[in-house]
Every structure is written in structure tokens, then in C-alpha cells.
Write a protein that binds this ligand. Structure first.
Ligand SMILES: Cc1ncc(COP(=O)(O)O)c(C=O)c1O
Length: 474
């Protein structure tokens, strides 16, 4: 395979071609897809049979670009699934990881900890709003979802309300693929195979999209005339009785479903309903956390402090898996003061790799880099450029039925093709990849969510390529 790679030129600045410190030429990098040993990896969330005929394989990345196995430069229009806020191959993060590997490669997480985990938790708590101060680490957004649900049950039990065991999520919500997150999640395709094995006693609020009045949302909070939370109070809570409800979990902006933006006042009202009934409010900020909306968290953007806040992805720039749940002080205090002797574990939960020192060193370096380069603010500024570009270039194109932009992300919604839901968006995603732009298909949406370092010309390239492809697939 050779591993001879070429660094792309980004931001107009010539960079040195290299790999492992050895200068290369682009010609050296080409690889045929039949050179790849594709027999053994079962790809996640991918149509494997079609992939084998038309593989998309990345072998290097730098700044805004990937190098593919066949030596092409492809712009990363989705921050590698909302992860790579600071762009690829960032030296301060890489160096911190290398240093950590040479210092403390790993240490057991139970009955002991490590210096990097404490540092990372402190930085995250300082960034989180209100008294969201206690960080439980895990390794992914899925684990964060299940961790938060378990905290909710354990907390209520510790305060003598163990009967509170109902969870409420939302239609089209995504909280990962483990059983807890899948149960409170609301993406039908992710749930339908698992039927009766999903958690019992879960309710789902209605989806937060109004395609009639708010198909086009341009960096604003849509004002609904009807109250989307009326059914929560009058139907869902009434059915279960609010005194039985442990927690409500939502994404501040629904990311995986295709960037759906909540109505004005929605999250504040949800906060008030939870307070009224003693229900914990969990924000799943795996996508909205760490700058995507131009500020630290969705909680800051909307001015609403949840009781737990889940994170993953951008916390390490995606470089090493790390996730977590930040809890408000009262949750931790309740668990600590539940009356057990001091030698007894207060919360029987954790992962072998909770607070892994290398992942935490990556988080410390990432969050420092984001701060040094003021990247969250940059995401806010470039988000406006992206929003303007998407609305002006895509609105009115054939098959476009909606565009929603907020922060540094936007989705264009397409009418489903005759061949079935999702087919048009899938074809457009593949076509854009062939044209050098990597975007994401989510149902009938195409989503753009580039790294925060994205330049105006690159936004233009992505949006124009998408526009051309939409025209071709009308
Ligand atoms: C809001 C949200 N929660 C949870 C997850 C699951 O994260 P992971 O894939 O790291 O398990 C995702 C992934 O996209 C997400 O967007």
C-alpha cells in the first residue's frame, strides 16, 4: 500500500508534501480500489454492497481536505461528521497526543484516575454554563446518552423517587445506537428492527419541523403560531403522570435527522415544564457542543441551562474517541449524600476507557487550540457566509423544498425521487464526492457543516458544486 501521501494546499498557502516526514509527489499516492483489502470490514451506517462497487476511501487529511485512495483532493464539507472543528492534522493536538503516549499511555479508570482527565474535566466544566460542573467521561455520544439516562434513574432513586422511570425523547431525535439512546431516539430506521427490546416506558414528543410555514429558515428561530409543547403537557405527561417521569432528552438543534431548528422559545418552555414537574432536562450536545453555533454550547446559544449536557465529537477534534456527560452540582451532591458508607461506590457505572489519558490530552489540546484561534467565533461568522450562500444559490432549484441554516451548518431538503425516499440525496452525495466535495445525506436532506476554519472560497465551492449536482439530479 506504500502509504505515500500528499498534503493538500489549503487556505491558499502552499504546504509541504510529506508523509512520515518524507517528501512525496501526488503521483506516488495513487491506489486502485482493488488494491484495498475490503473483504473483512463491515462498514457502519453504509450500504456495504454498493460501497464495494464505488468505494470512498480516505488515506490522508490536512486542513480542509482529504486525500483519497486514488490520489484526489476532496474538501471535507461535514467536518468528518461534525467532529473536526479545527480542521485536519492540527499540530498542537497531534503533539499533545504524542507527548501523552510517551508519558502516560494508559491507566485504569476505576479506583484511580490520571492528571489529563482532571484537566480536561476542569476545562469542560469551565466552558459549560451555570453549575454544570461534574463530568462523567465515556467514549462516544452513544455512551453519553446511556450514561445520562442511567444518571437520571440513579439520581431520582437516591432522592427517594425511584418510581420515576419514564423517559421522553422526540421524534427524529438521535442519541446514538445503544439501547437507551436508541429508545429515546426517534429515527424510525434505527429502531424498527429492535421492536420490543427497546426500553419500555418511553414517550416521544412531536417533531419540530413545520414544512408549510417554515420550510426556509435563514439563521433565525422560527416563530410558530401553534404551541409545539402543548401535547407534552396535555397528552404525554398526562398519560404517564409527570411524577413518574425521570428525564426529557433533546438535541438543541436536531442534527442527524437533517439540521432541524427548534421554534422560538421551545427550549425555554421545555425547561419550565421540567422545573414544574421535577423532571431532569438533558441536552444532547454531541453536535451542537464546542462551537458549532458560534458559542460554547447550544445551551449558551438558546440561554437555557439543562441538568445534564452530553458531548463527544468536537471535544477532541474527532482525533481520539471521547464523550461525556456534564451534570449540575445538585445531581452529584444528591448521589454523594445518599447515605451509603464512604467506602461504597456511589454510582455503579463507568467504562474501562472513561477519562483515557490520551483522549483527555487530546481534549485539553483541542479546547486550548479552539480558544487560541477563537474558532467558535469564527464558526459563527462563517456560518453567516454559509447561510447566505446556501439560500441564494439553492433556493428555487428544481426539487429543493426547504433550506435550514443556523450556526456553521445548513441543510437543503429535496423532494423524494420516484425511486424512493433518500435516493436523490444519496445520488447527489456521491456525485458531489466525485466532484471533490464531501457532504452528508440525511434522508432527503443534504447537510453542509464544514470545519470552523473554512474559507469563503471553500464555502462557495461546496455550495456551487451542490447546486450543480442538484440541477443534474432534478
Ligand atoms: C446528538 C447525537 N447524539 C449521539 C450521537 C452518537 O454519537 P456516537 O456516534 O459517538 O456514538 C450522535 C452522533 O452523531 C449525535 O449526533
Amino acid at each position: 500500500m506504500g502509504g505515500r501521501l500528499v498534503a493538500p494546499e489549503t487556505d491558499g498557502a502552499a504546504r509541504h508534501a510529506y508523509t512520515h516526514g518524507v517528501p512525496m509527489t501526488e503521483k506516488d499516492n495513487k491506489m486502485q480500489h482493488h488494491d484495498l483489502p475490503m473483504d473483512n470490514q463491515w462498514l457502519p451506517f453504509t450500504p456495504n454492497r454498493h460501497f464495494r462497487k464505488d468505494p470512498r476511501v480516505f488515506v490522508a487529511a490536512d486542513g480542509m481536505h482529504f486525500t483519497t485512495h486514488d490520489g484526489r483532493q476532496v474538501i471535507d464539507g461535514i467536518s468528518s461528521l461534525w467532529c473536526v472543528g479545527a480542521g485536519h492534522n492540527r499540530k498542537p493536538i497531534n503533539e499533545a497526543i504524542k507527548k501523552q503516549l510517551d508519558t502516560l499511555d494508559y491507566a485504569t479508570a476505576f479506583q484511580a484516575s490520571n492528571d489529563q482527565a482532571f484537566k480536561a474535566a476542569q476545562m469542560i466544566a469551565q466552558m459549560a454554563p451555570g453549575d454544570l460542573n461534574k463530568v462523567l467521561f465515556c467514549n462516544s455520544g452513544s455512551e453519553a446518552a446511556d450514561t445520562a439516562l442511567k444518571v437520571a434513574l440513579a439520581y431520582h432513586r437516591a432522592r427517594g423517587e425511584g418510581h420515576r422511570n419514564v423517559f421522553i425523547g422526540r421524534e427524529k431525535g438521535y442519541h446514538g445506537v445503544n439501547f437507551g439512546g436508541m429508545s429515546v431516539g426517534g429515527l424510525p430506521a434505527n429502531r424498527k428492527v429492535y421492536g420490543a427490546q427497546l426500553l419500555p416506558r418511553v414517550g416521544h414528543m412531536r417533531f419540530i419541523h413545520d414544512p408549510v410555514h417554515h420550510a426556509y429558515i435563514h439563521h433565525e428561530e422560527p416563530v410558530w403560531t401553534e404551541d409545539p409543547l402543548l401535547e407534552l403537557e396535555t397528552r404525554i405527561l398526562a398519560l404517564h403522570d409527570p411524577s413518574n417521569v425521570a428525564a426529557i432528552i433533546v438535541e438543541p438543534v436536531a442534527g442527524s435527522a437533517g439540521w432541524y431548528i427548534p421554534p422560538k422559545g421551545y427550549l425555554l418552555r421545555l425547561r419550565q415544564i421540567c422545573d414544574k414537574h421535577g423532571i431532569l432536562l438533558i441536552f444532547d450536545e454531541v453536535i451542537t457542543g464546542f462551537g458549532r453555533l458560534g458559542v460554547n454550547f447550544g445551551a449558551d446559544f438558546y440561554g437555557v441551562v439543562p441538568d445534564m449536557l452530553n458531548f463527544a465529537k468536537a471535544v477532541t477534534n474527532g482525533v481520539i474517541p471521547l464523550g461525556g456527560v456534564v451534570c449540575r452540582d445538585f445531581i452529584y451532591d444528591t448521589m454523594m449524600n445518599a447515605g451509603a458508607p464512604e467506602h461504597v461506590i456511589e454510582f455503579f457505572h463507568g467504562y474501562t476507557y472513561s477519562g483515557h489519558p490520551v483522549a483527555c490530552a487530546a481534549a485539553v489540546a483541542t479546547l486550548q487550540l479552539m480558544k487560541d484561534e477563537d474558532l467558535f467565533a469564527r464558526a459563527g461568522v462563517q456560518g453567516r457566509v454559509l447561510g447566505d450562500a446556501m439560500h441564494s444559490a439553492l433556493k428555487g432549484l428544481p426539487s429543493v423544498v426547504g433550506i435550514r441554516t443556523l450556526g456553521l451548518a445548513g441543510a437543503v431538503e429535496l423532494a423524494p425521487a420516484a425511486a424512493g425516499p433518500g435516493k436523490r440525496a444519496y445520488d447527489i452525495m456521491l456525485d458531489c464526492f466525485r466532484r471533490g466535495v464531501w457532504l452528508r445525506a440525511a434522508g432527503d436532506n443534504i447537510v453542509i457543516c464544514p470545519p470552523y476554519i473554512v474559507e469563503n472560497a471553500q464555502i462557495d465551492q461546496m455550495v456551487q458544486t451542490l447546486a450543480d449536482s442538484i440541477r443534474q439530479h432534478a
